[in-house]
Structure formats: structure tokens, C-alpha cells
Design a protein. Structure first.
Length: 90
């Protein structure tokens, strides 16, 4: 085992900037579509013991909407120059 002070250090890497809004919005859309399908099938799901599945999809949709709203506000602040991309608050 290498002593802690002799471990190789990784090279300093620059952060990779990606706009996360499309990814989160796409995931939210998938949760919403799943919620619609599961709500249509809710009686069969309940009979099979999977009655909570529609609520799980609805919770995923709600959380995705909250995340998308947060990211849209953050993107607007970044574009306005009010925030740095990797602002740690310090």
C-alpha cells in the first residue's frame, strides 16, 4: 500500500460545462408519460400489488418539474452574469 503522502495526484482538470436543462426536462417528460400509462392501468396494478407505481411516477414528475424550474432560473442567472458556473458560495 502506498503511503498517503506518496500517492500520485491527478492532473488539474477544468470543469466540463454542460447545460443540464434538456436532460432534466427529458427525464421529467419520461416520468410524466409513465405516470399517464400507469394511471390508465392503475386498477390492474392495484390488483397485482403494484398500486403505488402511479404515485411514484407522479412524484418523479413533480420533482422533475421542480428541478427544471431551478435549472432554468440558474441558467438565466448564468447568462446574466449574476453567478459563476462553479460558484461554491465562498
Amino acid at each position: 500500500m502506498t503511503p498517503p503522502d506518496r500517492r500520485p495526484q491527478p492532473a488539474d482538470l477544468e470543469p466540463f460545462e454542460v447545460d443540464p436543462v434538456p436532460v432534466v426536462a427529458g427525464g421529467t417528460l419520461v416520468w410524466a408519460l409513465a405516470a399517464v400509462v400507469l394511471l390508465v392501468l392503475r386498477d390492474r396494478l392495484a390488483e397485482a400489488g403494484y398500486g403505488l407505481w402511479p404515485w411514484t411516477a407522479l412524484a418523479g414528475t413533480g420533482l422533475g418539474l421542480c428541478g427544471t424550474a431551478f435549472l432554468l432560473r440558474r441558467r438565466a442567472r448564468l447568462r446574466a452574469g449574476l453567478e459563476r458556473p462553479h460558484d461554491d458560495g465562498a
